[in-house]
Design a binder for this molecule. Sequence first.
Ligand code: C2E
Ligand code: CA
Ligand code: CA
Ligand code: CA
Length: 275
Amino acid sequence: AKVNGRRQTCFFDAAMSRDLARRREVEAELRGAIQKNELSIFFQPIVDLSTGRIRTFEALVRWFHPKKGEMRPDEFIPVAEETGVIVTLGNWITAQAARAAAQWPADVTLAVNLSPLQIKAPGAALGIINALREAGLDPARLELEVTESLFLDDSEATDAFIRELSERGVRFALDDFGTGYSSLAYVNKYPFRKIKVDRSFVSGPDVSRRTEAIIRAVAEMGAQLDMEIVAEGLETIEQVTAVRDAGCTLGQGYYFSRAVPDYLAAMLLAQERDE
Ligand code: C2E
Ligand code: CA
Ligand code: CA
Ligand code: CA
């Protein structure tokens, strides 16, 4: 058992230093990626489940690496967070996304993901206001998606950020709902307009009776509190029907569309307005 234990330790150390080396590499490259035009913002529609029309586009960052190909945000956003690059990156994402959104019809809103570190950086709220002003996008058309991890250390910076932007008309959505802790406390404390039920609740070809009951309970709460409930990760018509029947008003997922480049997002909107 001892030998085995030592071997495992060696293996673990090697894996850790490989991981560290990879992170350093990603960090260095990430800093250059914006200048080199390797990053772009894609947009995934969030659809009104009663009319089928697009109400919002969520901005999702993509990195087209010259050697590694397309890198998913799950690979580099955590590195950007750990190294602080997320502040620069986040400001760039908001500015780019706002510029695209300013071209859309006025009733279509933009959702942008914010990481906790970005929000706690000095001048975070001002950075967003400036990006909106430069793009000419009404603050009421911006929704900021935050996750429960933001509230783990309940900081004044977070409260001030949310207050400042809410006063200007920016809305907030609680993302990945149901995966963290004491979610209801945050729902009660902050002025969320939307709750996005995590994809894990609709995974699989069907929505099970158990998860349907959970979605129904969340949707009922949403209706009482004047919040909209978004079901994420909808891939099949069965899932769409199930979450709609359970009371979700909005849906997002591959069933409707993947995230697409800005020109395709604009085309989707033009198409639906021609019909
Ligand atoms: P998220 O905010 O929960 O975003 C939803 C993720 O689910 C996206 O992955 C989206 O492409 C994917 N998705 C949408 N519909 C479906 C579906 O029907 N099935 C499946 N299997 N997946 C679906 P993506 O773009 O890879 O982003 C992953 C995460 O990275 C996001 O999770 C978000 O936490 C983070 N992220 C993405 N863009 C940004 C950004 O601009 N800023 C920050 N701070 N985080 C971002
Ligand atoms: Ca999100
Ligand atoms: Ca989510
Ligand atoms: Ca997520």
